[in-house]
Ligand binder design. Structure first.
Ligand SMILES: NC(=O)c1ccc[n+]([C@@H]2O[C@H](COP(=O)([O-])OP(=O)(O)OC[C@H]3O[C@@H](n4cnc5c(N)ncnc54)[C@H](O)[C@@H]3O)[C@@H](O)[C@H]2O)c1
Length: 322
């Protein structure tokens, strides 16, 4: 039976007993019967007085609740913004979203031949690809780039905080600027980007933030005090934002890859990589495409929130004994 919106209110508040942000509508059917129903936040901006739709009963532990699903055209493509998407793991992630019909914004400090190759590969899947200059460690640059991304792509549904750097050395030799540079890009960058996309995700009724941490953030690693601290910090950020942003329909998840086949890992001295291979159950590097598939899975699997998922060929279960 068709129902029509009589009055509605879009609340950026959680409505008990549910914690999710929603709109509340009074809807009426052809027989003049009225009821109060929740409208999922993804329909924000699309409900007006008179809009037709269906009422479904949603089961919850608090009992059955009427939910109004408006009959509106979903004429947009979802948009993923990937920081550090020019090459390596970021480029693989950008491409994976394109394969699944997302428009993609690559945000990076570098725009070179590799970037152009990545953008071309994205477009070959029939979706739109945009590049925005963004230095994730600088507030002004992040907010400007996110603004530009929304102007170009129209919305942001997924943010992947992937941009990252290393400045490895032993604590005794680690300069203050090595510490600051790594923390500023890897950790502060994710904070700034999350902050910048929040109003946009709230406006479109939800989203997903995926933080690319590392097994080094879980295990620590010699000569990587700055990097390990930044990647462990990302885990705290993930868990906190997962709690804080859930009412807006925004999920936040961290992924912790082991050594992956990119420029970053190949810069590690071969003696260290060989020693690493001797210790892990499956002795090879993780492929960037394997990480990309996991990121896409996280976005589609709505039960994942606030967790850290290692993708590491068994590194985190490897023991020094066996
Ligand atoms: N490669 C690995 O073994 C490995 C393992 C675990 C986690 N990670 C993480 O995965 C992410 C991607 O790493 P990768 O191996 O593809 O590295 P990469 O060096 O190949 O790519 C990093 C990208 O980030 C960009 N970038 C650097 N500083 C930036 C800044 N200030 N603002 C915007 N963009 C910036 C670079 O231009 C580059 O495009 C990083 O966060 C890294 O820490 C990598």
């Amino acid at each position: 039976m068709a129902w029509r919106v009589r009055v509605f209110s879009e609340l950026y508040l959680s409505v008990e007993p549910h914690k999710s942000t929603c709109a509340i509508a009074i809807v009426e059917n052809e027989r003049g019967e009225r009821l109060v129903a929740r409208v999922p936040a993804r329909y924000f901006g699309k409900i007006k007085q008179g809009v037709e739709g269906e009422v479904v009963e949603e089961w919850s532990v608090f009992g059955k609740l009427p939910v109004f699903i408006p009959r509106v055209q979903e004429e947009y493509r979802r948009v993923a913004l990937v920081t550090g998407g020019s090459r390596g793991i970021g480029a693989a992630i950008a491409l994976e979203f394109a394969k699944h019909g997302f428009d993609v914004v690559v945000a990076d400090i570098v725009q070179d031949a590799e970037t152009e190759k990545t953008l071309e590969a994205i477009r070959s899947h029939g979706v739109r690809a945009f590049f925005v200059y963004m230095d994730v460690s600088k507030s002004e640059s992040v907010f400007k780039a996110v603004d530009e991304a929304v102007k170009l792509a129209g919305r942001i549904d997924v943010l992947v905080n992937n941009a990252g750097i290393t400045k490895d050395t032993y604590l005794e030799r680690m300069r203050e600027e090595d510490w600051d540079a790594v923390i500023n890009v890897n950790l502060k960058g994710a904070f700034l980007c999350s902050k910048a996309v929040l109003p946009i995700m709230k406006q479109v009724g939800g989203g997903v933030i995926v933080n690319i941490s590392s097994i080094v953030g879980l295990l620590g690693n010699i000569a990587q005090a700055n990097y390990a601290a930044s990647k462990a910090g990302l885990i705290g950020l993930t868990k906190t934002l997962a709690k804080e942003l859930a009412p807006y329909g925004i999920r936040v998840v961290a992924i912790a890859p082991g050594f992956a086949k990119t420029r970053m890992a190949l810069a590690v001295p071969s003696a260290i990589l060989q020693e690493y291979m001797r210790r892990i159950p499956i002795p090879r590097l993780v492929e960037p495409e394997e990480i990309a598939k996991l990121v896409y899975h996280v976005v589609e699997n709505e039960a994942l929130n606030g967790v850290v998922i290692p993708i590491d060929l068994g590194t985190t279960i490897a023991s020094p004994i066996a």
